[in-house]
Write a protein of this length. Structure first.
Length: 184
């Protein structure tokens, strides 16, 4: 009984933190949002930004590298480790999940697996990354793709489920993404 009460209190506390983060996501000042996100425990590298309306699940397991841009309305799931590398460009409304339900479990049990996004990855708008996926360095995820398995380095994937449709023809990746839009 006591364990159940403590779990309920923990859930309410996490939801209150999440509410604060949701409200923060609507403040149109990049530096303020980044300050609050860091204050609440998201590890955000130098020069990285999270644009407005981002949604988070358990921020304590989210780590974002340097010079990375997260687009408007992105969903970042931290119920298991979520690691996003350096110089990653995540477009608007991308959803990265590391939790889901086991549809074959009689209790519809939640399962979790880490997600890793390596350096120089680009994800097009409304792409979905599912639990346990590793996206290799320099890979490109097409708009609207649903990524259910690992993506190789420099691969271009698209579709539902995502399949390799090409490869980047560049060997050395060393670009910078540029400055954040302050009011977006």
């Amino acid at each position: 009984m006591t364990k159940k009460i403590l779990n309920r209190i923990k859930t309410i506390w996490l939801e209150l933190i999440n509410l604060k983060l949701i409200c923060t996501g609507y403040v149109p000042i990049h530096h303020y949002r980044r300050f609050i996100y860091r204050l609440f425990g998201i590890k955000i590298g130098k020069g990285s930004t999270i644009h407005t309306r981002a949604v988070f699940y358990n921020i304590s397991n989210i780590k974002i590298g340097e010079d990375t841009i997260i687009g408007e309305g992105a969903v970042l799931d931290g119920r298991a480790n979520l690691t996003i590398g350096n110089h990653v460009d995540i477009a608007s409304e991308v959803m990265i999940y590391n939790g889901q339900h086991d549809i074959n479990d009689e209790n519809f049990k939640a399962t979790f697996a880490p997600v890793e996004i390596e350096d120089y990855v680009f994800m097009g708008p409304r792409a979905i990354i599912l639990p346990g996926v590793k996206v290799g360095r320099g890979a490109v995820i097409g708009a609207g793709a649903v990524v259910t398995k690992d993506v190789e380095e420099l691969s271009i994937v698209g579709g539902i489920p995502a399949k390799e449709i090409g490869n980047r023809k560049i060997g050395k990746l060393n670009y910078k993404l540029g400055r954040a839009a302050w009011f977006r």
